[in-house]
Design a protein around this ligand. Structure first.
Ligand SMILES: [Zn+2]
Length: 204
């Protein structure tokens, strides 16, 4: 079962969006091109209520990208993004979505952020993604999407904790902080993540 999970390919993470990832739009045609390689395609969607505590706008005297302690954990405060039902929360309109079998939404609890597609940041609430994948018989999962160094990164780590083999498709993902991304890749390599270019997938 060749499985692809596209993480948060949403308007607010695209250039022009409220939390734009550099080059986010460039991964869209790559993701579309590789879809034919997979048997099962899933997506995640950051899906926040307007009062979400990860938004700087919900904390007096803070600004986006400040950090604060939220319920005992360090939280980066973000610009308002991916608010439920808004255009910014929709998947990019150029992503081919016909073959997306299920979309797992995250970040609905206003009190806790949720970078991973599997669990919230406290590892308390599951989205059900791991159970879904296991029931489908998925073994190795390929990851793409935004942002490579945050939501893709944490999703990959959780997939490994759940016992899956993880592959990161380098040109189908883009980091929010490119200058720090080599360190993230080293961490992923240390836990056994395989790195591929879309070209290699299509050559299989
Ligand atoms: Zn978010």
């Amino acid at each position: 079962m060749k499985t692809l999970i596209m993480i948060d390919v949403q308007n607010d993470f695209m250039p022009g969006g409220s939390l734009a990832v550099p080059g986010g739009n460039l991964i869209v045609p790559v993701i579309n091109r590789i879809q034919s390689h997979f048997d099962l395609i899933l997506a995640t969607q950051d899906w926040h209520p307007v009062n979400h505590k990860s938004f700087a706008s919900n904390h007096f005297g803070t600004k986006p990208f400040d950090r604060m302690v939220l319920h005992g954990s360090l939280q980066t405060l973000w610009p308002d993004h991916c608010i439920q039902g808004t255009t910014g929360a929709e998947l990019d309109k150029n992503i081919e979505s016909d073959r997306i079998a299920a979309i797992f939404r995250k970040g609905m609890d206003p009190e806790v952020d949720s970078y991973s597609g599997f669990y919230d940041n406290n590892h308390a609430l599951s989205t059900g993604l791991a159970g879904y994948l296991k029931e489908k018989g998925a073994n190795e999962i390929c990851f793409c999407g935004l942002a490579a160094d945050i939501c893709v990164y944490y999703s990959i780590l959780d997939s490994i904790l759940e016992g899956f083999f993880a592959t990161f498709i380098e040109d189908a993902s883009s980091p929010l902080y490119p200058e720090k991304f080599d360190d993230i890749k080293c961490e992923l390599a240390k836990v056994g993540v395989r790195f591929v270019h879309s070209r290699e997938l299509l050559a299989d």
